[in-house]
Design a protein around this ligand. Structure first.
Ligand code: PLP
Length: 309
Protein backbone atom coordinates (compact mmCIF):
# COMPACT_ATOMS: atom_id res chain seq x y z
CA UNK A 1 0.00 0.00 0.00
CA UNK A 2 1.20 3.50 -0.83
CA UNK A 3 0.11 6.71 0.84
CA UNK A 4 -0.89 10.02 -0.71
CA UNK A 5 -1.53 13.54 0.53
CA UNK A 6 -4.78 15.16 -0.53
CA UNK A 7 -5.73 18.67 0.45
CA UNK A 8 -9.37 17.92 1.16
CA UNK A 9 -11.30 19.38 4.14
CA UNK A 10 -13.19 16.09 4.33
CA UNK A 11 -9.95 14.52 5.55
CA UNK A 12 -10.19 16.58 8.69
CA UNK A 13 -13.24 14.60 9.77
CA UNK A 14 -12.25 11.71 11.94
CA UNK A 15 -13.55 8.23 11.04
CA UNK A 16 -15.24 7.98 14.43
CA UNK A 17 -17.20 11.16 13.72
CA UNK A 18 -18.27 9.98 10.28
CA UNK A 19 -19.43 6.68 11.70
CA UNK A 20 -21.27 8.33 14.57
CA UNK A 21 -23.14 10.70 12.22
CA UNK A 22 -24.13 7.96 9.78
CA UNK A 23 -25.15 5.56 12.53
CA UNK A 24 -27.29 8.22 14.14
CA UNK A 25 -28.92 9.80 11.09
CA UNK A 26 -29.01 7.28 8.25
CA UNK A 27 -31.51 4.46 7.83
CA UNK A 28 -29.49 1.36 8.58
CA UNK A 29 -30.23 -0.34 5.25
CA UNK A 30 -26.59 -1.20 4.55
CA UNK A 31 -24.14 -2.96 6.84
CA UNK A 32 -21.06 -0.86 6.12
CA UNK A 33 -17.52 -2.16 6.28
CA UNK A 34 -15.23 -0.31 8.63
CA UNK A 35 -13.54 1.44 5.69
CA UNK A 36 -13.50 5.20 5.20
CA UNK A 37 -13.22 6.29 1.58
CA UNK A 38 -11.45 9.51 0.77
CA UNK A 39 -10.98 9.60 -3.00
CA UNK A 40 -10.03 7.56 -6.00
CA UNK A 41 -7.73 7.67 -8.99
CA UNK A 42 -7.85 5.20 -11.86
CA UNK A 43 -8.25 1.72 -10.44
CA UNK A 44 -7.21 2.81 -6.94
CA UNK A 45 -9.19 4.06 -4.01
CA UNK A 46 -7.72 5.83 -0.97
CA UNK A 47 -8.87 5.75 2.60
CA UNK A 48 -8.86 8.71 4.98
CA UNK A 49 -5.40 7.83 6.22
CA UNK A 50 -4.17 8.15 2.63
CA UNK A 51 -3.66 4.42 2.14
CA UNK A 52 -4.07 3.24 -1.42
CA UNK A 53 -6.04 0.11 -2.40
CA UNK A 54 -6.60 -1.60 -5.71
CA UNK A 55 -10.38 -1.48 -6.06
CA UNK A 56 -11.90 -4.70 -7.32
CA UNK A 57 -15.44 -3.61 -6.39
CA UNK A 58 -15.72 -0.44 -8.52
CA UNK A 59 -18.77 0.84 -6.72
CA UNK A 60 -21.22 -2.01 -7.26
CA UNK A 61 -20.14 -2.56 -10.87
CA UNK A 62 -20.42 1.18 -11.49
CA UNK A 63 -17.04 2.88 -11.95
CA UNK A 64 -16.29 1.44 -15.36
CA UNK A 65 -13.79 4.16 -16.24
CA UNK A 66 -12.08 4.02 -12.88
CA UNK A 67 -11.99 7.00 -10.56
CA UNK A 68 -11.48 10.58 -11.73
CA UNK A 69 -11.10 9.82 -15.41
CA UNK A 70 -9.64 13.05 -16.83
CA UNK A 71 -12.04 13.33 -19.75
CA UNK A 72 -15.03 12.66 -17.55
CA UNK A 73 -13.88 15.35 -15.15
CA UNK A 74 -13.31 17.78 -17.99
CA UNK A 75 -16.86 17.31 -19.28
CA UNK A 76 -18.31 17.48 -15.75
CA UNK A 77 -16.56 20.72 -14.90
CA UNK A 78 -17.43 22.39 -18.17
CA UNK A 79 -21.04 21.26 -18.05
CA UNK A 80 -21.39 22.17 -14.37
CA UNK A 81 -20.65 25.76 -15.25
CA UNK A 82 -23.19 25.76 -18.07
CA UNK A 83 -26.18 23.82 -16.78
CA UNK A 84 -26.64 21.23 -14.04
CA UNK A 85 -30.26 20.35 -14.63
CA UNK A 86 -32.51 20.49 -17.65
CA UNK A 87 -35.99 19.03 -17.29
CA UNK A 88 -37.54 16.60 -19.71
CA UNK A 89 -39.94 19.35 -20.77
CA UNK A 90 -37.34 20.75 -23.16
CA UNK A 91 -34.89 19.61 -25.78
CA UNK A 92 -31.23 19.36 -24.88
CA UNK A 93 -28.29 18.20 -26.97
CA UNK A 94 -27.07 15.20 -24.99
CA UNK A 95 -30.02 12.84 -24.45
CA UNK A 96 -30.54 12.17 -28.14
CA UNK A 97 -26.81 11.53 -28.67
CA UNK A 98 -26.64 8.92 -25.96
CA UNK A 99 -29.93 7.34 -27.07
CA UNK A 100 -28.59 7.04 -30.64
CA UNK A 101 -25.38 5.45 -29.40
CA UNK A 102 -27.33 2.86 -27.39
CA UNK A 103 -29.72 2.26 -30.27
CA UNK A 104 -26.82 1.68 -32.65
CA UNK A 105 -25.14 -0.78 -30.29
CA UNK A 106 -28.28 -2.73 -29.46
CA UNK A 107 -30.14 -2.62 -32.77
CA UNK A 108 -33.13 -1.19 -30.88
CA UNK A 109 -34.67 2.09 -31.89
CA UNK A 110 -35.97 3.80 -28.73
CA UNK A 111 -34.60 4.60 -25.28
CA UNK A 112 -36.20 5.72 -22.02
CA UNK A 113 -33.72 7.00 -19.40
CA UNK A 114 -34.11 6.45 -15.67
CA UNK A 115 -32.18 7.20 -12.49
CA UNK A 116 -31.48 3.61 -11.54
CA UNK A 117 -31.74 -0.02 -12.51
CA UNK A 118 -34.86 -0.71 -10.53
CA UNK A 119 -36.61 2.17 -12.27
CA UNK A 120 -35.61 0.77 -15.64
CA UNK A 121 -37.31 -2.48 -14.60
CA UNK A 122 -40.42 -0.59 -13.43
CA UNK A 123 -40.61 1.10 -16.81
CA UNK A 124 -40.23 -2.24 -18.61
CA UNK A 125 -43.07 -3.76 -16.56
CA UNK A 126 -45.35 -0.84 -17.38
CA UNK A 127 -44.44 -1.01 -21.07
CA UNK A 128 -45.29 -4.73 -21.09
CA UNK A 129 -48.75 -4.06 -19.67
CA UNK A 130 -49.27 -1.08 -21.99
CA UNK A 131 -48.20 -3.11 -25.01
CA UNK A 132 -50.72 -5.83 -24.22
CA UNK A 133 -53.46 -3.24 -23.69
CA UNK A 134 -52.62 -1.56 -26.99
CA UNK A 135 -53.01 -4.90 -28.72
CA UNK A 136 -56.49 -5.20 -27.26
CA UNK A 137 -55.59 -7.74 -24.56
CA UNK A 138 -56.84 -6.21 -21.29
CA UNK A 139 -56.51 -9.55 -19.47
CA UNK A 140 -52.99 -10.22 -20.70
CA UNK A 141 -51.28 -9.00 -17.54
CA UNK A 142 -49.25 -11.90 -16.14
CA UNK A 143 -45.49 -11.39 -15.78
CA UNK A 144 -43.09 -14.32 -15.68
CA UNK A 145 -39.73 -14.23 -13.93
CA UNK A 146 -37.19 -16.74 -12.67
CA UNK A 147 -36.39 -18.10 -9.26
CA UNK A 148 -33.25 -16.52 -7.73
CA UNK A 149 -33.47 -13.52 -10.01
CA UNK A 150 -32.59 -10.04 -8.86
CA UNK A 151 -34.27 -7.09 -10.54
CA UNK A 152 -34.27 -4.37 -7.88
CA UNK A 153 -35.98 -3.12 -4.72
CA UNK A 154 -38.96 -1.02 -5.78
CA UNK A 155 -42.28 -2.85 -5.58
CA UNK A 156 -42.60 -3.97 -9.19
CA UNK A 157 -38.96 -5.04 -9.43
CA UNK A 158 -39.13 -6.66 -6.00
CA UNK A 159 -42.23 -8.61 -7.04
CA UNK A 160 -40.22 -10.34 -9.79
CA UNK A 161 -37.16 -10.79 -7.55
CA UNK A 162 -38.03 -14.27 -6.36
CA UNK A 163 -35.80 -14.46 -3.31
CA UNK A 164 -37.46 -14.94 0.04
CA UNK A 165 -35.06 -12.71 1.98
CA UNK A 166 -35.96 -9.70 -0.16
CA UNK A 167 -39.68 -10.33 -0.59
CA UNK A 168 -40.84 -11.69 2.76
CA UNK A 169 -40.90 -8.41 4.75
CA UNK A 170 -42.91 -6.56 2.11
CA UNK A 171 -45.76 -8.79 1.06
CA UNK A 172 -48.29 -8.38 -0.46
CA UNK A 173 -46.42 -7.69 -3.66
CA UNK A 174 -47.57 -6.98 -7.20
CA UNK A 175 -50.27 -9.48 -8.24
CA UNK A 176 -50.15 -11.49 -11.44
CA UNK A 177 -46.47 -12.45 -11.20
CA UNK A 178 -45.60 -16.11 -11.83
CA UNK A 179 -42.22 -17.49 -10.92
CA UNK A 180 -40.63 -20.22 -13.02
CA UNK A 181 -39.03 -22.41 -10.38
CA UNK A 182 -36.62 -24.36 -12.60
CA UNK A 183 -34.42 -22.95 -15.30
CA UNK A 184 -35.44 -25.67 -17.75
CA UNK A 185 -37.14 -25.53 -21.12
CA UNK A 186 -39.98 -27.73 -19.90
CA UNK A 187 -40.67 -25.52 -16.85
CA UNK A 188 -40.74 -22.48 -19.10
CA UNK A 189 -43.11 -24.12 -21.58
CA UNK A 190 -45.43 -25.08 -18.73
CA UNK A 191 -45.46 -21.51 -17.38
CA UNK A 192 -46.54 -19.79 -20.60
CA UNK A 193 -50.21 -19.05 -21.26
CA UNK A 194 -52.12 -16.48 -23.31
CA UNK A 195 -52.23 -14.27 -20.22
CA UNK A 196 -48.46 -13.72 -20.15
CA UNK A 197 -47.50 -10.23 -21.27
CA UNK A 198 -43.79 -10.43 -20.44
CA UNK A 199 -40.98 -12.72 -19.39
CA UNK A 200 -38.21 -10.89 -17.51
CA UNK A 201 -34.83 -12.60 -17.16
CA UNK A 202 -31.18 -11.78 -16.58
CA UNK A 203 -29.14 -13.53 -19.31
CA UNK A 204 -26.61 -14.14 -16.53
CA UNK A 205 -28.12 -14.15 -13.07
CA UNK A 206 -25.92 -11.87 -10.98
CA UNK A 207 -27.13 -11.93 -7.38
CA UNK A 208 -28.34 -15.47 -8.00
CA UNK A 209 -24.70 -16.60 -8.14
CA UNK A 210 -23.32 -15.55 -11.55
CA UNK A 211 -25.34 -18.18 -13.39
CA UNK A 212 -25.54 -17.90 -17.18
CA UNK A 213 -28.86 -19.08 -18.59
CA UNK A 214 -28.51 -22.14 -20.82
CA UNK A 215 -28.64 -21.17 -24.52
CA UNK A 216 -31.60 -23.45 -25.25
CA UNK A 217 -33.51 -21.84 -22.37
CA UNK A 218 -33.06 -18.33 -23.74
CA UNK A 219 -33.77 -19.41 -27.29
CA UNK A 220 -36.98 -21.14 -26.17
CA UNK A 221 -37.88 -18.02 -24.21
CA UNK A 222 -37.67 -16.04 -27.45
CA UNK A 223 -39.80 -18.55 -29.33
CA UNK A 224 -42.45 -18.68 -26.60
CA UNK A 225 -42.63 -14.89 -26.25
CA UNK A 226 -43.16 -14.60 -30.00
CA UNK A 227 -45.76 -17.36 -30.03
CA UNK A 228 -47.74 -15.83 -27.14
CA UNK A 229 -47.17 -12.20 -28.21
CA UNK A 230 -45.43 -11.51 -24.91
CA UNK A 231 -42.36 -9.31 -24.49
CA UNK A 232 -38.96 -10.79 -23.81
CA UNK A 233 -37.38 -8.37 -21.33
CA UNK A 234 -33.66 -8.92 -20.77
CA UNK A 235 -32.24 -7.36 -17.63
CA UNK A 236 -28.66 -6.45 -18.55
CA UNK A 237 -28.15 -4.15 -15.57
CA UNK A 238 -25.50 -6.48 -14.18
CA UNK A 239 -24.37 -8.33 -17.32
CA UNK A 240 -24.37 -5.47 -19.84
CA UNK A 241 -21.96 -2.64 -20.62
CA UNK A 242 -19.32 -4.94 -22.07
CA UNK A 243 -18.69 -7.01 -18.96
CA UNK A 244 -18.92 -10.33 -20.84
CA UNK A 245 -16.82 -9.33 -23.84
CA UNK A 246 -19.80 -8.17 -25.89
CA UNK A 247 -21.73 -5.05 -25.03
CA UNK A 248 -24.80 -7.11 -24.00
CA UNK A 249 -24.64 -10.67 -22.68
CA UNK A 250 -27.60 -11.61 -24.92
CA UNK A 251 -25.38 -10.97 -27.95
CA UNK A 252 -23.59 -14.25 -27.11
CA UNK A 253 -26.86 -16.13 -27.50
CA UNK A 254 -28.12 -14.93 -30.88
CA UNK A 255 -31.41 -14.00 -29.22
CA UNK A 256 -33.18 -10.72 -29.81
CA UNK A 257 -35.06 -9.16 -26.90
CA UNK A 258 -38.06 -6.83 -27.09
CA UNK A 259 -36.83 -4.68 -24.20
CA UNK A 260 -33.45 -4.40 -22.50
CA UNK A 261 -32.68 -2.70 -19.19
CA UNK A 262 -29.34 -1.08 -18.37
CA UNK A 263 -27.89 0.90 -15.44
CA UNK A 264 -24.82 0.49 -13.20
CA UNK A 265 -21.84 1.81 -15.21
CA UNK A 266 -23.88 3.38 -18.01
CA UNK A 267 -22.68 6.86 -17.01
CA UNK A 268 -19.51 5.77 -15.20
CA UNK A 269 -20.68 6.81 -11.73
CA UNK A 270 -23.49 9.22 -12.43
CA UNK A 271 -26.83 7.54 -11.60
CA UNK A 272 -28.33 6.59 -14.93
CA UNK A 273 -30.41 3.69 -16.17
CA UNK A 274 -32.23 2.99 -19.40
CA UNK A 275 -34.82 0.84 -21.11
CA UNK A 276 -34.16 0.11 -24.75
CA UNK A 277 -36.90 -1.16 -27.04
CA UNK A 278 -38.09 -1.46 -30.57
CA UNK A 279 -40.41 1.33 -31.67
CA UNK A 280 -43.47 -0.93 -31.97
CA UNK A 281 -43.09 -1.76 -28.26
CA UNK A 282 -41.83 1.57 -26.96
CA UNK A 283 -44.64 3.48 -28.60
CA UNK A 284 -47.23 1.69 -26.52
CA UNK A 285 -46.46 4.22 -23.76
CA UNK A 286 -48.25 7.45 -24.58
CA UNK A 287 -47.17 10.94 -23.43
CA UNK A 288 -48.03 11.36 -19.75
CA UNK A 289 -48.25 7.62 -19.02
CA UNK A 290 -44.74 7.33 -17.62
CA UNK A 291 -41.98 9.69 -16.55
CA UNK A 292 -39.63 10.86 -13.83
CA UNK A 293 -38.30 14.28 -12.86
CA UNK A 294 -34.64 13.34 -12.92
CA UNK A 295 -34.72 10.50 -15.46
CA UNK A 296 -31.76 11.59 -17.60
CA UNK A 297 -32.90 15.16 -17.09
CA UNK A 298 -29.38 16.23 -16.28
CA UNK A 299 -27.61 17.53 -19.27
CA UNK A 300 -24.37 15.54 -19.26
CA UNK A 301 -26.21 12.26 -19.83
CA UNK A 302 -23.87 11.75 -22.74
CA UNK A 303 -20.70 11.94 -20.66
CA UNK A 304 -18.76 8.83 -21.44
CA UNK A 305 -20.08 8.69 -24.95
CA UNK A 306 -19.59 12.29 -25.92
CA UNK A 307 -15.86 11.97 -25.70
CA UNK A 308 -14.17 9.08 -27.41
CA UNK A 309 -12.14 7.35 -24.70
C1 PLP B 1 -29.64 -7.60 -12.60
C2 PLP B 1 -30.02 -6.40 -11.80
N1 PLP B 1 -31.20 -5.80 -12.05
C3 PLP B 1 -31.58 -4.70 -11.37
C4 PLP B 1 -30.80 -4.16 -10.38
C5 PLP B 1 -31.25 -2.94 -9.64
O1 PLP B 1 -30.48 -1.84 -10.02
P1 PLP B 1 -30.36 -0.58 -9.03
O2 PLP B 1 -29.61 -1.03 -7.83
O3 PLP B 1 -29.63 0.46 -9.82
O4 PLP B 1 -31.75 -0.15 -8.69
C6 PLP B 1 -29.57 -4.76 -10.07
C7 PLP B 1 -28.71 -4.23 -8.99
O5 PLP B 1 -27.81 -4.82 -8.51
C8 PLP B 1 -29.17 -5.91 -10.80
O6 PLP B 1 -28.01 -6.54 -10.54
Amino acid sequence: MQTTEVNDPYLRIEPAEIKALEDKYLFSTYARSDFYVSHGSGAHVYDLAGRRYLDFLSGIAVNSLGYSHPRLIRVLLAQGKKLIHCSNLYYHAYQGMLAKKLADISGMSKVFFTNSGTEAIEAALKIARAYARLNGCETKSAILALKNAFHGRTFGALSITAQEKYQAPFRPLLPDVDIVEDVTVSALEKAFTDRVCALVVEPIQGEGGVVPLPADFLQTARLLCTRYNALLVLDEIQSGMGRTGKFFAYQHYGVEPDLVTLAKSLAAGYPLGAVLGHARVAESLKPGEHGTTFGAALSPAGWPWKCSM
